[in-house]
Design a protein. Structure first.
Length: 288
């Protein structure tokens, strides 16, 4: 499904919403929807919602080029002047590249990023070999190199199976490293006239999400501080930082993938789709 619409409500923004997923997802996956129940929740409150159509494993440059065509198509279809981009994880970096390097600032009203690694993540550093395996995740160096190569090949294969035509898993991961993002941020400045804001989440313990337990612990070991299992709090901040979602809950945290509703509501005390309803409602109130 590429578009969802409704007539009126809390999320009836001036400009349409385009949802941009992160690495490993596609909008047309049969097994697992890239945004879970979130598009339907936004639609029910009046939002006009489109999906970005990004590849699962590709470079910022290639995905931004695809996104440019998508934005132009949506503007042509709807007759609006601009769009609002709402991105999770790596999708936020591709949105920034689109706005800054592909001269699309005049067609983007706002960019909201959620759990986006604007300053990289040590998880990517470990995978590509930029930092040593202090946690002993892979005991021997030659075995780690083999695991990395097989991992990228496997990711490329999976990406092809789910729809990517020319996946670049190794490049996609490299572009999430701290060193790469340091250079990216120098080369990809914000564009005046576009409203940039960001949100993050944190896990409180490895038990919050077993899928991210190891990476959560790795980031703590690397002194990255509070994190969502993939992205440190410091890294997720860009533009106006709106804070950490459900930070006040002392008993349970929210993992990186929880913010695309991948568990379908199995989070104590937090309704993820309604979090996004709140975000979009505020965009409407700000005139976007």
């Amino acid at each position: 499904m590429n578009t969802l619409t409704a007539q009126a409500g809390r999320c009836n923004t001036k400009y349409p919403i385009i949802l941009l997923h992160g690495i490993g997802y596609r909008d047309d996956m049969f097994i697992k929807a890239s945004w879970g129940r979130i598009p339907d929740a936004l639609c029910a409150e009046g939002a006009q919602v489109f999906l970005g159509g990004l590849d699962a494993c590709n470079s910022h440059e290639n995905n931004a080029a695809k996104l440019k065509l998508r934005v132009e198509s949506i503007i042509s279809e709807t007759g609006v002047e601009k769009v609002n981009l709402l991105a999770h994880s790596k999708g936020g970096l591709e949105a920034r590249y689109l706005i800054s390097k592909l001269a699309m600032g005049a067609k983007v009203a706002s960019l909201t990023t959620v759990c986006t690694p604007h300053r990289g993540t040590a998880v990517a550093d470990l995978i590509v070999g930029d930092i040593p395996d202090r946690a002993g995740l892979v005991r021997f160096n030659w075995l780690r190199v083999l695991a990395q190569k097989l991992g990228f090949m496997t990711f490329d294969l999976i990406a092809r199976i789910i729809g990517d035509k020319s996946p670049e898993a190794a490049m996609a991961m490299k572009q999430l490293t701290c060193a790469y993002m340091d250079e990216f941020n120098k080369a990809v400045p914000d564009v005046q006239g576009v409203y940039y804001q960001s949100y993050g989440t944190t896990m409180k313990s490895p038990s919050d999400d077993p899928v991210f337990a190891a990476s959560y612990s790795l980031l703590l070991l690397e002194n990255a501080g509070e994190n969502d299992g993939m992205v440190p709090v410091e890294s997720c901040q860009w533009g106006k930082f709106r804070g950490l979602i459900a930070k006040s809950d002392p008993t349970h945290g929210i993992s990186h993938a929880d913010m695309v509703d991948y568990r379908g509501g199995w989070i104590k005390g937090v309704d993820i789709p309604q979090v996004y309803v709140g975000i979009v409602e505020e965009l409407k109130q700000m005139g976007f």
